[in-house]
Design a protein around this ligand. Structure first.
Ligand code: SF4
Length: 148
């Protein structure tokens, strides 16, 4: 896949690509990391203590809602196959830090922090905004990609 972060091989062994924390649930290796709670105008993601696999039947259960409206999913970064990837950076991680106000003061508990691309790129600034990120937003009745 062009531009995809390579799996690095170091003296310590294989290093997999970082995880995108706002990924489509259809990507290989996708895991549910959070649940969107709160009102639509002020959503807050509650991070799960343990990431969960995405049940194959979940899209049908949630319909007509899209999974990205109610869940946050992490998956290995798709690199150049992702619209948000530019050079070696994730523009989405930069964008949320530049456009969103912090949603929380303290870092939310998060099971994927050691592997998270946004954490590696923007650190605490990304984590303090992460609970306000909804992957798919509904605009005038239609689900559209939002922050992820
Ligand atoms: S809280 Fe931080 S480490 Fe966890 S998914 Fe969000 S940005 Fe990544």
């Amino acid at each position: 896949m062009p531009g995809r972060p390579e799996t690095l091989v170091t003296e310590a062994g294989m290093v997999p690509p970082p995880l995108c924390p706002s990924a489509p649930a259809t990507l290989p290796g996708a895991r549910i990391i959070g649940v969107v709670e709160g009102p639509a105008e002020a959503p807050r993601v509650r991070h799960l203590g343990t990431p969960r696999p995405v049940p194959p039947a979940l899209p049908a259960v949630l319909a007509p809602l899209r999974m990205g409206e109610v869940l946050r999913v992490a998956a290995p970064c798709a690199g150049g196959a992702c619209l948000h990837h530019e050079g070696t950076r994730c523009r989405l991680a930069d964008g949320i830090v530049e456009r969103l106000a912090p949603a929380v003061e303290r870092l939310p508990p998060c099971a994927i922090r050691a592997e998270c691309l946004w954490w590696r790129q923007r650190g605490r600034d990304a984590c303090r905004r992460c609970p306000a990120v909804v992957t798919t937003r509904r605009v005038r009745g239609s689900a559209v990609p939002g922050e992820g």
